[in-house]
Design a protein around this ligand. Structure first.
Ligand code: FMN
Length: 176
């Protein structure tokens, strides 16, 4: 699948067939996240892969729209580390959410190329999620990504079509 096709066909999908993700495929997916750039190359993002059923369920309990999380083959938690854990001379994580988003999209597109679908899942109880993952103080879960082989029609995907390009992209200035 070429890059453009992967981008335009990828839809967030919450139904998985239960098949595990082979280790070499998972490694490619995680590597795609690792290669995402970050502001000032601060690299504030770390990943935690969760496959244990009880831990997936505990993470799902930290979000409000997360019924798809326990059925995922793997859940990738994008963790933002505090400034002190970043390379010397780098600065705070104020660009962190953007950096995490870049890594997340890399992960989801690399997965899609492998035939693995995905859907982000937000944690509303961030302290709870940090506890489930055993995060040190100051580390924050930016978001979760549920990954799995497609298992059927998604109840949500397609209900929220994208806006037309002429309302989305403008040239030179905001339209009068
Ligand atoms: C930052 C972020 C957080 C999201 N959190 C959730 C979530 O908690 N639960 C969920 O079902 N979908 C979540 N989504 C998925 C969105 O609902 C999805 O991107 C949107 O519906 C478009 O989906 P589509 O690509 O299938 O059209 C999240 C997406 C983003 C970008």
């Amino acid at each position: 699948m070429d890059t453009y096709r992967a981008i335009v066909t990828k839809r967030d999908t919450r139904v998985y067939d239960g098949r595990p993700i082979p280790e070499e495929v998972l490694t490619r997916i995680l590597n795609a996240g690792r290669m995402a750039g970050s502001a000032k190359a601060a690299q504030p993002v770390r990943l935690i892969v969760v496959r244990e059923q009880a831990r997936k369920e505990a993470l799902a309990a930290c979000g409000r729209f997360t019924p798809h999380v326990p059925a995922a083959a793997a859940v990738v938690a994008l963790v933002l580390v505090p400034e002190a854990d970043q390379p010397p001379g780098q600065f705070a994580i104020f660009r962190g959410p953007f950096d995490a988003g870049r890594a997340a999209q890399n992960i989801m597109l690399a997965a899609w190329e492998e035939g693995i679908t995905s859907c982000p899942a937000s944690t509303h109880d961030n302290d709870g999620a940090a506890k489930v993952l055993g995060l040190p103080p100051g580390h924050v879960v930016a978001n979760l990504i549920a990954l799995g082989y497609p298992g059927g029609a998604d109840p949500v995907t397609g209900n929220r079509p994208r806006m037309a390009l002429d309302g989305y992209a403008h040239f030179e200035t905001w339209p009068a």
